[in-house]
Design a protein. Structure first.
Length: 180
């Protein structure tokens, strides 16, 4: 499965694309969408929308994962970041992709094993899990971590669903044998 991880921001939005095959992960591409802070908000949002749309067309992911954002102390900044995050959620949904959202602590736990890991630890694990990748910036590293977390967490969720389905079918078979 090809996964795009997204770390939303109004000045810089990180993105990272990986391939996940079972427990094997491989790097496809990553980068940062830099947005001109001097533009009016509407034009910055349109730029982000257009850049994400082009990126999805180029890399063709099958799923998207987005980092949830913390609330800032400045309400105006929080609102603007929320608008950028809305674009980051909208574009993959418009492309028909399933979109998952993850809290920062869950991403850290999935990648590092500790929910309160430092960014340097997360970035070191990204490099370890995707050997040979020269990550170009913190936003891109964060986005790759989001994609890795989704690969781990979605894989676990799928295995749990399969186990639940198997148990349910087994129980139905037992009940139908008792009823005979």
């Amino acid at each position: 499965m090809r996964i795009i991880g997204l770390d939303p921001g109004l000045r810089a939005t990180g993105w990272g694309v990986i391939e996940a095959a079972g427990n094997r992960l491989s790097h496809v591409a990553h980068g940062t969408i830099r947005i001109n802070p001097d533009e009016e908000l509407a034009y910055r949002l349109r730029f982000l929308h257009d850049a994400l749309t082009e990126m999805l067309a180029e890399w063709r992911p099958e799923a998207a994962a987005v980092e949830e954002t913390f609330v800032n102390q400045n309400p105006a900044s929080t609102l603007k970041l929320g608008q950028a995050r809305g674009i980051v959620l909208l574009v993959p949904a418009q492309a028909g992709l399933p979109v998952a959202e993850y809290a920062p602590n869950l991403i850290k736990k999935a990648v590092v094993g500790v929910g309160h890991a430092e960014k340097t630890q997360v970035h070191a694990m990204v490099k370890r899990l995707l050997p040979g990748v020269a990550v170009t910036g913190a936003d891109a590293a964060d986005a790759l971590a989001v994609a890795i977390a989704h690969a781990h967490l979605a894989g676990t969720a799928a295995r749990v669903r399969m186990a639940d389905t198997a148990a349910h079918l087994k129980q139905q078979a037992r009940q139908s044998q008792v009823g005979r």
